[in-house]
Design a binder for this molecule. Structure first.
Ligand SMILES: *Cc1c(COP(=O)(O)O)cnc(C)c1O
Length: 477
């Protein structure tokens, strides 16, 4: 049968139907992108509300329907009920503001249904992954010969790093890992999932600077070794999610090497700051690490999912995840022809590097660098705005695009500040002014801005801070 004939039995559309549906999707997306600011940064609903409102969309229909109507249901009723993480006023957690070419790349990859587990399955896209990983290596200044693998995100990259360290250490009986109380939760979770005993996951307390103290790590490594533990990995922050702060990477790398232990830097959010001088300085020593987590879906303007683990010694990574199967014997084409499925847990993998490749080739590295720099610049401007408002208190200065603060009007007693700030945050978010999230710093409830979206505007930040001051006055006693 010709592809021009409609053939429901083979789940095919005609070429005209394919085009119509594709164009309809593009039109819907362009409308969403251009109208983004008219929508609030966050939309959602409870499960019960949706069970009721979307009841007509719940059961799988026996009969098919017009694809245009199905697309309208998705675009009109389902997809808007979500955080708009790329909204210029979404400053919570770590935002993600993809480029249009990167979104189109994901569409192209899905349409080509690339199987990127083996070189045989995807020579071109695997070649692109090698190139983009090489760009990253140069940007973060790892030594030549270092390499990596794209992952679903930072959590998976951290997991691969932990397992690689365990394997490289010979899978000892009582392995131990070290990180600060500012480490991302995915690291301790990765260690637990990798089978490390909870008491051997050493979360070292930080002082007022919130940094991992090399002396404390040194002492813990020495004491644990004497106690019969086998230290395998020191994890440092290359931009803590809370504050953007960077642990003393150069000292930690040296210390770990001195102890014969691997050093991993979780730079999921902060790593691409190395593209600009301020970030490169903050991340001094990064390239010396044994492994580094990067999240292009954060500060490299890619849609979810896009993470990456970089490693100094690729064989150590491949040894940790080696798998042999008779039914894969045809895919061994020699070391040069990299099977990316052998660098992690996923055999079937999406081609994630292509979106980075298309973004960077479209805009050029200079524009990408400028866009990264903008986030950092915006955090500095926000810090000045916070300092200029007597009712606001700076809790953590602008670091890699993050700044933390709270309302502290003089008439409000210290004991009521947590509740006050929680109320201000809720009012800012519920009012659709901006999406901001909170954390705890030194025990205090802290509001936090994270500016990795190059489309954030200073006037919006001013307006939200003014609003916070107003709300705090109104909420206060
Ligand atoms: C976001 C983040 C992670 C987790 O990455 P996902 O992509 O969400 O899995 C890990 N570490 C740090 C420092 C992060 O900012």
């Amino acid at each position: 049968m010709s592809v021009n004939a409609p053939d429901p039995a083979s789940l095919a559309l005609t070429p005209d139907e394919m085009r119509a549906l594709g164009y309809q999707a593009v039109d819907a997306l362009v409308e969403r992108w251009t109208g983004l600011e008219d929508a609030p940064p966050l939309s959602g609903a409870s499960r019960a509300e949706l069970d009721e409102r979307l009841a007509h969309l719940a059961p799988p229909p026996e009969e098919g329907r017009d694809p245009a109507r199905v697309l309208e249901e998705a675009v009109g009723q389902i997809l808007p009920l979500a955080a708009r993480v790329d909204h210029p006023r979404f400053w919570a957690y770590v935002p993600s503001a993809p480029t249009w070419p990167s979104v189109v790349a994901d569409f192209l990859v899905a349409g080509h249904n690339v199987f990127q587990g083996t070189w045989q399955g995807s020579a071109g896209p695997s070649w692109v992954e090698l190139q983009v990983v090489e760009w990253f290596r140069q940007w973060i200044r790892m030594p030549e010969g270092s390499g990596g693998v794209f992952t679903s995100g930072g959590s998976m990259a951290n997991f691969l790093a932990v397992v690689t360290a365990l394997h490289a250490a010979g899978r000892p009986a009582r392995p131990a890992v070290y990180m600060s109380d500012q480490a991302h939760s995915s690291l301790a979770r990765a260690a637990r999932a990798a089978g490390i005993a909870p008491e051997c996951i050493r979360i070292l307390p930080t002082g007022p600077d919130l940094l991992l103290d090399p002396q404390a790590v040194d002492a813990a490594l020495t004491a644990d070794r004497q106690a019969g533990l086998h230290p395998v990995l020191v994890c440092a922050n290359g931009g803590a999610t809370n504050t953007g702060r960077v642990d003393p990477l150069r000292s930690l790398v040296q210390l770990a090497r001195h102890h014969g232990v691997r050093c991993h830097v979780d730079a999921a959010f902060g790593g691409f700051a190395a593209l600009v001088p301020e970030g490169r300085q903050a991340l001094d020593g990064l390239g010396g690490a044994d492994s580094i987590t990067l999240d292009p879906h954060k500060w490299l303007f890619q849609p979810f999912e896009c993470g990456c683990l970089m490693v100094r010694d690729i064989p150590a990574l491949e040894a940790a995840f080696a798998a042999e199967a008779d039914y894969l014997q045809d895919t061994e084409l020699g070391r040069e022809q990299v099977n990316f499925g052998a660098r992690g847990l996923q055999l079937t993998r999406q081609a994630r590097a292509l979106k980075v490749w298309m973004s960077v080739r479209t805009f050029g590295t200079e524009a990408i660098r400028d866009a990264v720099g903008r986030g950092m610049e915006m955090a500095h401007r926000a810090e000045s705005m916070i300092r200029a408002r007597p009712d606001l208190q700076l809790l953590s200065p602008a670091t890699l695009g993050i700044v933390a603060w709270r309302c502290r009007p003089p008439q409000v007693p210290a004991g009521q500040l947590d509740a006050l700030n929680r109320a201000v945050q809720a009012a800012v978010v519920d009012g659709g002014h901006a999406m901001i999230s909170s954390t705890r710093l030194g025990g205090e409830y802290a509001l936090r801005f994270c500016f990795v979206n190059p489309r954030v505007r200073a006037t919006d930040v001013e307006a939200v801070l003014d609003r916070a001051v107003e709300l705090a006055r109104a909420e206060g006693p």
